[in-house]
Design a protein around this ligand. Structure first.
Ligand SMILES: Nc1nc2c(ncn2[C@@H]2O[C@H](COP(=O)(O)OP(=O)(O)OP(=O)(O)O)[C@@H](O)[C@H]2O)c(=O)[nH]1
Ligand SMILES: [Mg+2]
Length: 311
C-alpha cells in the first residue's frame, strides 16, 4: 500500500464526517443556515477542537455573506485553505546526523498513548532504511511492558536492551546507550513508562533518566517526543507543558488517528503546542507509522474528488 493510501485509509473516519456534511449540503444546492450548522458539527465531531472549528466557520460564513450561492464544495475548499494555514510549520522530517551517533530518542507521554508501539514501528522503519538502531526497554514499572517491546523486537528482528521488572529505568537507558555506542549504532530509541503529568514523583524519574543519559552524551536525549493519543488529543496543553518542563520536548507523534480519533486532532494538537509533528499512527501494523505530510493529510480529509466517488 502506498503512503497516500495509508493516510486515506487511516483518516477515513474524519474524512467521512467532513465530506458527508459537505456533500449533503451540496446535494441541496447552495448553502443555507442548516447546512452551515451541519458543516460546523462535522468539524467538531472530527476533533478539530472549538477554536479551529470557529475559525474555519468564520471564513466559510464570511464567504457565504458575500456569495449566497456558495455550495458545499466551495465551503470545503475554504476549509482546506484555513486548515493548511493552521498546519504551516507542523511537518518535520526526521534525519539522523552521523557525526552525533548514537543519537538518543525518548518516547514519553501519558499512559496508553502508544509509546511502546511507536518505538517498535519507528525502529523497524529506520532499520529498513539502513540505520542501525537499538531499543531501550526503559518501562521497568509495568511487568508486561518489557515483554511487550521484546515481542515486537522478536517479531521485527530488532535489537533491544532490557532490564528486569522494577529495575532503575535510568540505568537501563544508560545501558542501552552504552550498547548503542559500543556497537556503532546510529540511534537508541528509549521507551519510557506511561505517566500522568501531574504525578511529581514519576515526572522526577524522567528528569533523572535525562541526567543519567547526559553523563554519557551532553546532548542526549537528542530527540524527546511526546506521544499523544489522537482520540484524546483535544486538550493536551497542560500535559505537554509538564513534560516539557521536566524533560524538554522536540516534537510530537500523534497516534490512533485511524481509531476513534478522527483526524482533526492533528490540527487541534498543533495549534496548542506548535511542536513539529514527526510521525502519525494510522493503524496497528508497523507500516502504519508514517511521517506526517500536510499534503497527504489535506488530500485525505478534503479529497479533490468527493469521497463517495473514491471509495
Ligand atoms: N489503531 C491504532 N492503535 C494504536 C496505534 N498506536 C498504538 N496503538 C494501540 O494502542 C494501545 C496502546 O499502545 P502502547 O504502545 O502499548 O501504548 P504505551 O504508551 O506504550 O502504553 P503504556 O506503556 O501503558 O503507557 C495498543 O493496543 C496499541 O496497539 C495506532 O496508531 N493506531
Ligand atoms: Mg508502553
Amino acid at each position: 500500500m502506498g503512503i497516500f493510501s495509508r493516510f486515506k485509509k487511516g483518516l477515513q473516519k474524519g474524512a467521512q464526517a467532513v465530506q458527508g456534511a459537505l456533500s449533503a449540503v451540496t446535494g441541496r444546492g447552495s448553502l443555507d443556515e442548516e447546512g452551515l450548522l451541519r458543516i460546523e458539527e462535522a468539524f467538531y465531531e472530527s476533533d478539530f477542537g472549538v477554536e479551529a472549528t470557529e475559525e474555519i466557520m468564520d471564513s466559510i460564513r464570511e464567504a457565504h455573506r458575500s456569495e449566497k450561492e456558495l455550495r458545499g464544495e466551495d465551503a470545503g475548499k475554504i476549509a482546506r485553505t484555513v486548515v493548511e494555514r493552521f498546519l504551516k510549520g507542523s511537518e518535520a522530517l526526521f534525519n539522523l546526523e552521523p557525526a552525533k551517533a548514537p543519537e538518543v530518542l525518548c518516547m514519553i507521554g501519558v499512559n496508553g498513548s502508544g509509546k511502546t508501539t511507536t518505538c517498535a514501528k519507528l525502529a523497524h522503519r529506520l532499520k529498513k532504511q539502513g540505520s542501525k538502531v537499538v531499543l531501550g526497554a526503559c518501562d521497568t514499572f509495568r511487568a508486561a511492558a518489557t515483554e511487550q517491546l521484546k515481542s515486537w523486537s522478536d517479531r521485527l528482528d530488532l535489537e533491544i536492551v532490557a532490564g528486569h521488572h522494577g529495575a532503575d529505568s535510568a540505568a537501563v537507558a544508560f545501558d542501552a546507550y552504552s550498547a548503542g555506542e559500543s556497537r556503532g549504532h546510529d540511534l537508541v530509541i528509549i521507551d519510557t513508562a506511561g505517566r500522568l503529568h501531574v504525578k511529581e514523583n514519576l515526572m522526577d524519574e524522567l528528569a533523572k533518566m535525562k541526567r543519567v543519559l547526559q553523563k554519557r552524551s551532553e546532548e542526549a536525549p537528542h530527540h524527546s517526543w511526546l506521544v499523544i493519543d489522537g482520540s484524546t488529543g483535544t486538550n493536551v496543553l497542560e500535559q505537554a507543558k509538564a513534560f516539557h518542563e521536566k524533560f524538554g520536548l522536540t516534537g510530537v507523534v500523534v497516534t490512533k488517528l485511524d481509531g476513534t480519533g478522527k483526524g482533526g486532532a492533528v490540527v487541534s494538537i498543533y495549534r496548542q503546542l506548535k511542536l513539529p509533528i514527526y510521525f502519525i499512527g494510522l493503524g496497528e501494523s508497523p507500516e502504519d507509522l508514517q511521517p506526517f505530510s500536510i499534503g497527504h493529510y489535506l488530500d485525505s480529509i478534503f479529497p479533490p474528488v468527493p469521497i463517495e466517488e473514491t471509495v
